[in-house]
Each structure stands twice: as C-alpha cells, then as structure tokens.
Ligand binder design. Sequence first.
Ligand SMILES: *[C@@H]1O[C@H](CO)[C@@H](O)[C@H](O)[C@H]1NC(C)=O
Ligand SMILES: *[C@@H]1O[C@H](CO)[C@@H](O)[C@H](O)[C@H]1NC(C)=O
Ligand SMILES: *[C@@H]1O[C@H](CO)[C@@H](O)[C@H](O)[C@H]1NC(C)=O
Ligand SMILES: *[C@@H]1O[C@H](CO)[C@@H](O)[C@H](O)[C@H]1NC(C)=O
Length: 626
Amino acid sequence: MRTTVVLGLVSTALGDTYMHNPRGSNNRLNEKSANRKNGNRLFDSQNNNRGGYNVGEPSDTTFDPNSVADSSATPGSSFPGGLDDDQYGMMYLESSLLPIEWTAQHGCGGNEKDDPHKVNCNMVIQYMCNNDAAINKMDRMYLNLKDGRNTDTPDEEDTYENLAETNAANDANGYGRHESEAWYHDCERRGRNKGLFTADQNLKGESMKYTRQNPNGNRRGLECPEERDYYPHWYPSPWVDVAVVTDDVDRCAYYKLESQNVADKFYCKAKTPEAETSRELAWKSWGKEDCEKNGQEWASMTHGLSAVNTVDCVAGQWTRVNQLGNAKGAIIPARYPWVVPTLAELPANTHKPANQMYAKCVLRLRYNISTDDYDPWTTNSSQNEDKRNGIVSPVENNPTVDVGANLQGLRLAINTAQFGRTFQTRSHTFYIKSKSSLPVGLRNTKVHNLNVRGKRGNIVQTFPSVEYDFIPKNLTIQNGELLHIQWTGSNTHYNGNPAGDGQAGDAGEGTSGTDRHNMMQCKAAGDNYPLPVDTSTNMFQKCYNPDGAEIAAADCQVYMATSGYYKTAKDATDQNPDALNELLNNAPASLVGGVIVQLESGVHYYMNTRNNNFSNRQQKGRLTVE
Ligand SMILES: *[C@@H]1O[C@H](CO)[C@@H](O)[C@H](O)[C@H]1NC(C)=O
Ligand SMILES: *[C@@H]1O[C@H](CO)[C@@H](O)[C@H](O)[C@H]1NC(C)=O
Ligand SMILES: *[C@@H]1O[C@H](CO)[C@@H](O)[C@H](O)[C@H]1NC(C)=O
Ligand SMILES: *[C@@H]1O[C@H](CO)[C@@H](O)[C@H](O)[C@H]1NC(C)=O
C-alpha cells in the first residue's frame, strides 16, 4: 500500500461552480470551519475552499467519526423510524422531478458575438450508483459509495494483488470513496491520450493521471484526471450521463452518440498477470492494435441503457461572469430539471438492496470552459510547444505581448494549465427509492421534490454557498400530483475559522452550528406568523410516508412542524409539552424520508418558524395547485 501525500494546493480559482440542490459537497464532510479541510478528499473541484455543504444527519446528534458504519447499510423503513445510520442521504423517488441548481462563476451559456464574455462551456451532469459485485459487468469498477467518516483522502493501491486489502483498509479508516481503488489503479496503468493538446505544459508521466490541467499527476480522491478533464471520455467509466448543458447545441448529436449510456467504450483488458502488474506494458497498449500486439484483449463496456436514456443535451442559460447569481431572464440560478431515473432504468449491474427498493448514488456536476484563442475542438498535440522543432503553442504561460506604439509590451495573465479548465462538485450520497410501495393508484402520478437549500449563516458568511431557502420556492403543480417534501441539515455548520477568503460566523437562530427546518402553513404571502396546525385550514389533502402508508392530516402537519420530532399529534399531547425546544434545537436535522403529499387546489403559503427572521433572513415558500 502506498500513501501519497499531496501537498495542499492553494486554489486560485477563477471559475468555480457550486451546486445548491442537491447540496454539493465541494469535498466537505463535517467541517466546523468555513474552509473545507481537504480539497483533495474525493475529487478535484478546483473551487474555492469555502464552497459546499456538510453531509446531512438524521438526528440532532453529530455523527460519530470513530464509528466506521457508513450509509452503505440498507436503509430501513424511513418513516416513522430512521435510517440505520448516523448520516442522512436524501431519498428521491424514482421518476420524480428534482431541480438541480448551481451557480458558475465564469459564466456560461449563449455563444453569440454580441455576448461580451463569450466562452465555450458545458456543464456535464452525471450520476453513479453502487453496483453489485455479483452482477458486476463493470469489470474492476465495483463501487461501494461512501461519504466517509473523516476528511482524509483515501489511499491508492499500485499493486494489483493488494487492491482488496487497500479497499478494506480504506473502509476501516473511515475514508470516503466515490471511485474505487481499482479505478485509480487502472488510471495509473492506462496510457494517456497522446493526441491531446497540452500547450506548453510539461506532463511528467505517461499515464492518464497526467493532463494539461494536472501536469504533475497529483491525486485527488480516486478520481482519474484524464477522465475528469475530458468528456465524453474514450475509456469506460462508472459515471452514467444525465445531461450536457452546452453553449453549442450543434454538438448535441455527438454527445448523444458518444455517451457511454449507449455507446461501447474500449479498453485494453489485461490477460496475463504480467500485464496486471507492468505499467510499462499497459501504457504501451493504448489502441486496439498495440493492445492485441502485446497479447492483451481489446474489450468494451457500455452502460447498456436504451436510446431514450442516452445523455440529454440542452442549451445553457446565460449567466454573468464574476458573479454567482441568477441566470439571464430568470429570477433563479441556472437549473436543470432532472427526472430521477426509475430503478429499472439504472444500469443492469446496479446494486438494489431491500428487495429492489433502493439504489445508493451520487451526483456529479462538471463545469468546463475555454476561450476562442485557439479552437479547443480541433487543436491537438500537433500544436504542443516544441521549440526545438519550431512549434510554438497557440497559448503560452504569462506571455508578454506586443501592444504597439514602441511600448515594451504588456504581460497577460495566462496559465495554460487553466486556460481551458474544468471545475467540479458532487453531491453527498443519496438514495433513489422505488415507487412500488406507494398505493397502486399513485405509482404513475408525477412527483415533485420540495427541498431546502443553503446552510446556516448570513449572506456573507455562507458565500459562495447560499442562505437557507425552500427549493423550488414558488412551485406550481397540477391537481392530484404529488409533492415529496424532504430536507436535510448538518449539526456542524459552525462556519468557524479558518474562513479563507471570507468571514467566519453562523448568524442564525438556535444552537450554533445546527441547521434546522420545519414547514408550517401561513395565511398569506406577507405573513410572518404560521397558522396553528389545528385550524380548519389545511393545505394537505392526503399525506403518505415514503413507504406509502397514509398519515392523518393532523399528524402530517405536526410531523412537518416539528421536523419529525413528534410523529403524531397524539405524541405531542402525550409528551411533556416542553420536550421539543421552541427553536427546534433538539429536533432532527433532516426530515427523514420526507413526506409525500397531495394538496388542496389553490394557492398556499408556508414558512419555516425558526429561520425566518424578518428583516434579516426569510425562509418562506408558495405552492400553487392548478
Ligand atoms: C491533429 O489535427 C490535424 C488537423 O486537424 C490532423 O491532421 C492530425 O491528424 C491531428 N493529430 C492528432 C495526433 O490527432
Ligand atoms: C472541456 O472542453 C474541452 C474543449 O475545450 C474538451 O476537449 C473537453 O473534453 C471538455 N471536458 C469536459 C469535462 O467537458
Ligand atoms: C410564482 O408562480 C406563479 C404561478 O405560476 C406565477 O404567476 C408568479 O409569477 C410566480 N412568482 C414569481 C416571483 O416567480
Ligand atoms: C435575527 O437576526 C439578527 C441578525 O443576525 C440577530 O441579531 C437577531 O438576534 C436575530 N433574532 C433572533 C430572535 O434570533
């Protein structure tokens, strides 16, 4: 086993992306500080250290970092019980509508000449789920996703024979994992694509861990740098494509065709023990010809989804540069409306515990930008800087340029490792849940997710993350459709020092560090007082737990008002009325499993009693049933 210590790279981020729903981790786990502890934990984000949200927790207690239990356990009946775990993974119903919301700092979308900051860009949205060793068609990409118990980077393994041992040691050490040890092992064995444009960067090795953006071959989590920087990638990967949000829809046909959801991706499969161990041999086996010449097998893999489940491709909304705000013409940040796949639509090797009821997954968002100073789609290795042979890269590090008028020249700030760059964030693990336990009549009904985004603190303290709010905040649904209301929070959002580029502090109500939410109906939009739960006004017509059992309307209201502290109205009366803290301090940080409701027709307003502090902060929402 080899432990690589990667020196903390200070990110000089210029174009970060942050995901606000589902909560993007930005490599955070349970940090009490505003800065994340380890930007190399699971993946390479290149984002500012302050971004991201901590992992959710199902109760008012901080998870025990010394317990190696992880949410790989089968989630149990989620209402009114809890998950058999002390971290909380959101649970989205299959085929439900989930708005993926992000902000991207260097802008994206629009690609016209009248756009003052024209950039070539695309957002790539993907997910992956645990797969089953028994039906593992993914060769060595077996996955058991873990959020982890601490913020350390998992160990890699360079010896084939010790992969299983390192995997067990990573588990025992409580290290998080999105990709497997075998995936990174292969990354170090596979030759990098020598046809790629690397400008004047000096790549220090032969394998896929060396790229123009990562010339020194640094490791972050078990992510493979070449796969990270290029999409669609040529080798098979465990990631399943959701959507490409692009400035150039002319490329959509290409993305759809090349998506591994439907396309075969080829790789050189080792047939001899020597090939498993010899990196030399592996690097030399790049294409079919070399692979077979070296006695190995040219094999292929695909996720094997039906053509309708190939990658979606849509035009990006225009967003402003140097600003993490709303998209053009919209009063909300950029979004992609994800229809969560059904369990049947997931790749065939997906592990579905509890009788095919769940899949455990993680969502990945990459933000990829480049300029027009060279054509990123046609410039290749033939233009890599090679002064001895008279080749000058079209872009060079910090060039001094001739500006005429006998001036000496002015220097441009160009880093060719970041000129054409990919940023990334990922969610914490979540579950996709079957709808088969819902009443038969509801299984084909459209489900909308209603969640909470943000973390504790004021606007300055949370930046570049956001303050609390409901999402979607102003939702219109059709009569009869279902709403899955669910939120998650952490008990460690103290936002303390070190605070990096921003301010420390967690302005808010209730115990420091704790996220708490509830949902109570109000009479009108302008009201900052909730309606008592036992009035005749009740927007909930029907209410179900995520397993499909009906809950009485009054119980449902109490459950949501107390974030699950009281399961029923009777619970609330039976217990000491002072048991629940008035600021929800002792209520669960997450609405475990959430509730599935049908609403009365009309327009409804609701608020969060704890976090709504007019005129400092607001947490209110509106629901229209047509
Ligand atoms: C690079 O691009 C040129 C022209 O587009 C092409 O002729 C050449 O084959 C390419 N080289 C590689 C290594 O892909
Ligand atoms: C990013 O864009 C470049 C072209 O500028 C492309 O070669 C690369 O594959 C893209 N990577 C991702 C992750 O989208
Ligand atoms: C909220 O939704 C309603 C109904 O769809 C719409 O008429 C209204 O303009 C929306 N308000 C805002 C501020 O988006
Ligand atoms: C409301 O917010 C302000 C600003 O953060 C804070 O000073 C005040 O104490 C808050 N009020 C309550 C009751 O928490």
